[in-house]
Ligand binder design. Structure first.
Ligand SMILES: Cc1cc2nc3c(=O)[nH]c(=O)nc-3n(C[C@H](O)[C@H](O)[C@H](O)COP(=O)(O)OP(=O)(O)OC[C@H]3O[C@@H](n4cnc5c(N)ncnc54)[C@H](O)[C@@H]3O)c2cc1C
Ligand code: FES
Length: 348
């Protein structure tokens, strides 16, 4: 058993033990310390920390994108793929307020059935699943707004990660927004084979991309394509809880044909007095279009300039878009501690 000390940016520290052959994220969760992590496959880089003292070996999941060689040389490690070879001292690039203490929601494998599969645009499908027990009765599937599941692509042994767009309501319903690639395992299944009643195995819930106490600051939710899913779940949760923190939901699309969930979002805006929805179209010839013309990064810059505030920013979508929004936040002097993000890295 190795002793692991982890220091945070706010000078707090925590300690846990890690068994031989156990990765650091699994060990911390086992001891009810929920550190920042997302994919737990070595892909997204969310669990990266600096190893100040001690030795680890990495598992095979780490990629050059999640841990470039120069960062590895500096001593950065990917905790979900790091197996200690000695006691360790680590420095996390975030404050201890990002750590949840307590039992993680149990992650297990559930059975589910497809309730609906609807193509919303040329490249986005809405998939609704009903989690069921052995008697085909609905089974509860608890999760926190912002979390994700992995689902097995029917007929294969491949698993893919998707964030819930709904809020858990003790009814085992899961609503997913899935971007279809030209040639992807899940994309091909959804385009060509998926039908109502198909069985789908679901594992989860996973992830630490959740709402945080805003301490009276506004919240900006910036979505790239299906990155809307976990952000919508958070906004829906705010609505359900009567949370009146001022919120802005920013969504960008190439043009109107690529826009989805416009009605659902506008509906939320009309029920939540403190929510403002902003939609940007990159390339529109629609002279009636009243929203922003440009991409979501340009729209964010324009809103931040106009509002002159330093809000909490929640960002989700493809890695390039997430990085561009994160950099914009920094350009506007938003502290890293107020930027929460999730990158939809390829699961395969
Ligand atoms: C934590 C997490 C949550 C996620 N949540 C969502 C979600 O809610 N909605 C959603 O649409 N996606 C989400 N993703 C991404 C999703 O898991 C899959 O990667 C994506 O749907 C592709 O699956 P596929 O089987 O169709 O393609 P694959 O068979 O995995 O890939 C086919 C090819 O496309 C490449 N590729 C994969 N993803 C991309 C990409 N984004 N851009 C360009 N090329 C790519 C692959 O490298 C491969 O060469 C999430 C990923 C993570 C890690
Ligand atoms: S790389 Fe560790 S959680 Fe994604």
């Amino acid at each position: 058993m190795y002793n692991i000390k982890i220091y945070f940016e706010d000078d707090e520290e925590m300690e846990f033990e890690c068994a031989d052959g156990e990765d650091l994220i699994t060990a911390s969760i086992r001891q009810e310390i929920i550190l920042m992590s997302e994919c737990r496959d070595g892909l997204c880089g969310t669990c990266k920390v600096l190893c100040d003292e001690g030795e680890v070996v990495h598992g095979s999941g780490v990629t050059v994108q999640s841990l470039p060689p120069e960062e590895e040389e500096e001593g950065q490690i990917i905790m979900c793929q790091a197996f200690p070879q000695s006691d360790l001292e680590l420095s996390a690039p975030y404050g201890s307020d990002r750590v949840t203490l307590g039992v993680a929601l149990p992650t297990k494998t559930y059975s589910s059935k497809i309730m609906s599969c609807e193509q919303l645009t040329e490249n986005v499908t809405k998939l609704e699943l009903q989690v069921q027990n052995h008697f085909d009765q609905p089974e509860d599937f608890p999760f926190i707004a912002g979390q994700y599941v992995t689902i097995e692509v029917p007929g294969t042994e491949d698993w893919r990660s998707y964030s819930m767009a709904n809020v858990a309501k003790d009814d085992g319903k899961i609503e997913l927004l899935i971007r279809l690639l030209d040639d992807g395992c899940m994309s091909n299944y959804l385009r060509n084979n998926a039908k109502i009643g198909d069985s789908v195995d679901v594992k989860g819930p996973f992830g630490t991309f959740n709402l945080h106490d805003s301490k009276d600051r506004s919240r900006y939710f910036v979505a790239g394509s299906t990155g809307l899913a976990p952000l919508l779940s958070m906004v829906r949760e705010m609505n359900d809880k009567g949370d009146t923190t001022p919120a802005h939901l920013l969504l960008g699309a190439r043009n109107k044909d690529f826009l989805f969930y416009e009605e659902e979002i506008k509906q939320l805006e009309s029920t939540m007095e403190t929510l403002q929805v902003h939609i940007a179209l990159d390339d529109t010839e629609d002279s009636e279009w009243q929203g922003f013309i440009g991409n979501s990064v340009e729209m964010l810059k324009s809103i931040l300039t106009e509002n002159d505030e330093t809000p909490d920013i929640y960002i989700c979508g493809p890695p390039g878009m997430v990085t561009a929004v994160e950099e914009t936040g920094r350009d506007f002097s938003i502290p890293t501690s107020q930027i929460y993000l999730e990158r939809f890295v390829a699961s395969s």
